[in-house]
Ligand binder design. Structure first.
Ligand SMILES: [Zn+2]
Length: 137
């Protein structure tokens, strides 16, 4: 990978492979297509966290508990421009189109992709994971 991915993080092998494929086949081509620049970084809210889904006391373990998930908050482009889910998902223009490219592309490499259109808990990030679930919302 040529991308810097935020602060150091733990990610399972299947999820790391998916991230690398996503970067090569979706993130970089979309950055070139929409902005004529390379993506240089991904900002994230974390991967590994031993918790249940949405941090609830009971219920199933989140994919974050096995390091199979990553919450992607923003992509930084060459030159420093930052495209974030929180600021740009609902905006018009190339940033929103770029984020939708990323969401659609992630569904090819990850098993579950949840973004702002899924629910309010995902208003500021794209949750991507490898696991038994299947969703692209
Ligand atoms: Zn998540």
């Amino acid at each position: 990978m040529r991308l810097r991915v935020g602060t150091p993080f733990v990610l399972s092998c299947p999820a790391a492979v998916s991230l690398a494929m996503w970067e090569r086949h979706d993130v970089q081509p979309a950055a070139q297509r929409r902005f004529g620049r390379a993506a240089t970084g991904i900002e994230h809210f974390g991967s590994y966290a031993c918790r249940n889904i949405r941090g609830r006391e009971a219920g199933p373990r989140s994919r974050h508990a096995s390091a199979d998930a990553l919450d992607v908050a923003a992509v930084v482009l060459e030159g420093g421009r930052r495209v974030s889910v929180a600021s740009h998902w609902r905006a018009d223009g190339p940033e929103a189109a770029f984020l939708r490219d990323l969401h659609r592309g992630a569904c090819r490499w990850f098993d579950v992709v949840l973004g702002p259109d899924h629910d309010a808990a995902h208003a500021d990030h794209l949750h991507v994971d490898r696991g038994p679930g299947r969703a692209c919302r």
